[in-house]
Design a protein around this ligand. Structure first.
Ligand SMILES: *Cc1c(COP(=O)(O)O)cnc(C)c1O
Length: 502
């Protein structure tokens, strides 16, 4: 095939705002001073002042507006189209939540405000803690961690504090399944523990015999997610947590996949001690691009004394009623400055209140229904080239293997993902989980229509049919995006994220 010529957008070099700068141009000119001028040196001491002005861009308002507007259109986001990125729960973020988070009482509150003057915010945080505790069946909650991975670190530090407090110093290892999300082993190493992998059984769950043989008195913690990253609910979950507890370990539930089970089953009832939430996944905080997020944790009674400090508490008849409790002698300490990303709490609390218990359950049921529907449609259009890795009813996501596609059609999962961009879809997660060859992890979420799911399945079918005729088309895709194929290794290892002022 002959490759199509670059589009004007692709030819256009992305310029930075510094390159657009022309001395003397202004977006805003403040009115002249109408009060007596105070010398700068009276306001800020000389040693704290710059010798010369900072190299800020000088640019007119229309040019700024166009610059950022153009940049935003070069991106793909959830408001632009279907985003079935597995493991990320890219669900719709209701616009109502933005209104609430933007209310001055929420958006303008200073994080150093005294509790007595921040009762509304503390009340919201307290009620959010209560709701989250109820959802997972563990009553003691800290909102402090700022991401799922941060919640994981908190959880492993809690496990260490629990063992140390009991005078048990032998435990140096943490068990995680080989399907685990990359943050799990990374967290374990960061906390100074050794990772011990547990194998996966033929039905995609934890290999119980392997787990049993590794669960001994050197194990500090077992860490897993359920449904796991294959999208499969582990039917042996109670036995798994029993094995962990019997060997004296703390059982940690990675709650990133909570979207499959909200209102249906609770990790606390499955026997877990610590759960993290990804409010930016299951609870509608917009995400992608690195934040802000929130990864609150809920814990069992035996772990609660070690929770990060301060905790948000309600004191019956107290003044103030909602307060920060610093009096926690066994706490692992603070995990971050201030109290977490408060705007995230507002959005997630709004989501919980607007859906209610029934609505949360329905959200999960539809997420699971949508995933199973899309899986069935993809089996129809792509069953031979992209078979499902473990053929069971799935949770909110599922994994296909592109190995037959690679063998028979000569295109890889990466090529399929790139070609999907030309159809207007964000690609699913690729090459994860690691144990599935040429993996494609697809999560449609509950907020997509049947028409969207059908159209996506048809796009996958069309790409496979096209590849059967001419694999080169997919091999060189995408064609319609602002940039073509990137050198992803260099982009990840040597990102250029800062333009020095000219
Ligand atoms: C996203 C995810 C995490 C990490 O959460 P972050 O909020 O991105 O730090 C952990 N485990 C699983 C299964 C995930 O999908």
């Amino acid at each position: 095939m002959t490759l199509p010529a670059d589009t004007p957008q692709q030819r256009e070099r992305a310029t930075t705002i510094f390159e657009k700068s022309v001395p003397g141009r202004r977006a805003f000119v403040p009115p002249g001073l109408d009060v007596p001028e105070i010398p700068m040196s009276d306001l800020i001491p000389d040693r704290a002042r710059r010798a010369s002005p900072p190299g800020l861009p000088e640019i007119a308002e229309p040019e700024i507006v166009r610059h950022y507007n153009r940049m935003s259109r070069r991106n793909f986001d959830l408001d632009a189209g279907f985003y079935p990125l597995g493991s990320c729960t890219m669900k719709h973020n209701p616009k109502l939540h933005e209104r609430l988070a933007g209310l001055p009482g929420n958006a303008r509150l200073h994080p150093a405000q005294r509790p007595a003057a921040a009762q509304g915010a503390l009340k919201l945080m307290w009620h959010l803690q209560e709701a989250l505790g109820e959802i997972v069946g563990l009553r003691a909650v800290s909102l402090q961690p700022s991401a799922g991975s941060h919640g994981e670190l908190a959880g492993v530090l809690l496990a260490r504090a629990y063992h140390e407090d009991r005078g048990d110093a032998r435990r140096t290892r943490v068990l995680t399944p080989d399907t685990a999300h990359g943050t799990n082993p990374a967290t374990v190493s960061m906390a100074g523990y050794e990772v011990v992998k547990v194998g996966t059984s033929g039905d995609g769950g934890v290999d119980i015999e392997d787990l049993r043989s590794k669960a001994d008195d050197t194990i500090a913690c077992l860490m897993l997610t359920n449904p796991n990253t294959l999208g499969l609910f582990d039917r042996n979950i109670e036995e798994i947590t029993r094995i962990a507890r019997d060997c004296g370990a703390v059982a940690y539930y990675d709650g990133a996949n909570l979207n499959a089970i909200m209102g249906i089953s609770r990790p606390g009832d499955m026997g877990f001690d610590v759960v993290h939430f990804n409010l930016h996944k299951s609870f509608t905080q917009p995400h992608g691009g690195g934040g802000p997020g929130a990864g609150p944790i809920a814990v069992s009674e035996r772990v609660a004394p070690y929770l990060p400090v301060p905790t948000v508490v309600r004191r019956e008849g107290g003044d103030p009623q909602f307060d920060l409790d610093f009096d926690r002698p066994k706490s692992i300490g603070r995990l971050r400055g201030f109290h977490g990303n408060y705007g995230v709490f507002v959005r997630s609390y709004a989501y919980i209140c607007s859906l209610g218990a029934e609505g949360l359950r329905e959200a999960s049921e539809i997420a699971v229904l949508n995933a199973n529907y899309l899986l069935a449609r993809l089996k129809e259009v792509a069953g031979d080239a992209l078979p499902v890795a473990f053929d069971r009813i799935c949770g909110h996501e599922f994994v296909l293997s592109g190995a037959p596609m690679k063998r028979d059609l000569g295109i890889r999962t990466l090529d399929l993902a790139k070609r999907l961009l030309d159809h207007g879809y964000h690609p699913p997660t690729v090459y994860f989980p690691l144990l599935v060859e040429e993996a494609l992890l697809i999560e449609p979420t509950e907020t997509e229509t049947r028409e969207t799911l059908d159209a996506f399945a048809e796009a996958v079918g069309a790409i496979l049919a096209e590849a059967a005729e001419d694999p080169a088309i997919a091999l060189h895709a995408p064609y319609t995006t602002p940039v073509r194929r990137l050198d992803e290794a260099t982009a990840a290892r040597r990102p250029v994220v800062r333009q020095p002022p000219t």
